[in-house]
Design a protein around this ligand. Sequence first.
Ligand code: ADP
Ligand code: MG
Length: 321
Amino acid sequence: MTEFDFIQQYLHRQQQDNELVLGIGDDAAIVRPRSGYDLHFSTDMLVGGTHFFTDVAPEDLAHKVLAVNFSDMAAMGATPRWALLSVALPELKQDWLTAFCDALFALARRFGVTLIGGDTTKGNWVFNVTIIGETPRQHALRRDAAQLGDDIWVTGLLGLAAAALDVYLHKTSLPAAVFAQCEAKRLRPEPRVALGKELLSLAHAAQDISDGLAQDINHILKASNVGATINVDLIPSLPDLRLSDAFLPAQLYHWLLAGGDDYELVFTAAPSQREAIMAAANRATTSVTKIGTITAGRELQLINHAGNVIQLQHQGFDHFG
Ligand code: ADP
Ligand code: MG
């Protein structure tokens, strides 16, 4: 199959989009932004061997490459609208691409996102999506907006993807049913777009958790010039991970705080918003848990129920660290 067959046969699919003037097929796509909205641009790259194993199922890879980008939009309360997909593959295999594109378009459709362009080259397993989203003008959730006394919340369950990865790295073993739940979370993160939109009127600062909670919340603390205290015993995870005697505390804390690949949201909001946030979480069918407080200290302090200070060995993932 040639590059042009791929574009013609696999990527040209009719998608309903009122703001799309010109889609795939010309030198560039044209979109017409809605008046009263700001546009958000972000890009996230997945590299074979670093972010995924190259024998990954094409459906799972398609899900992940879009979902991690939708998650960046969710973190700002933005609605993802348009995506560009750049692909470097050693060869264009028909069955593989059919499965990949079917999954890609299925997820795009579920979130109302149109694929408007990209690039295709021969190369060694790189998938890059550029995502464009929108928020009502000047309402976006940003990292620099946390306020003293805010509650700190997270969505979903943390640590599952990191635990699944440690199974591959032979650093741990998990019972089959527990591994299945962790692996599903590693392969198919669910972007919290619906909740992000709800939080536009409720939260102060937000960020998605891709490199580990400890490192990612530090971005909020730095940008907002504040500190935080988090109770590690409140961080939501699978009871099978939390309550098992099989894991050392250091391993559990690594998964919860530094493992990465969670694609959940961490956000801050005034305590007066607690009930409204619970109601919003209900509407978005996303669980939320309050895990700490924004402080004046400018540092992240981790404590447990007993009041002991927890020290982390590594804060989170850094490609060059
Ligand atoms: P050019 O040579 O002008 O860059 P291409 O031949 O690379 O154009 O691409 C033709 C059209 O197909 C363009 O609209 C481009 O955005 C689109 N396209 C190419 N590869 C992809 C891809 N992997 N995903 C989505 N659209 C793509
Ligand atoms: Mg090109």
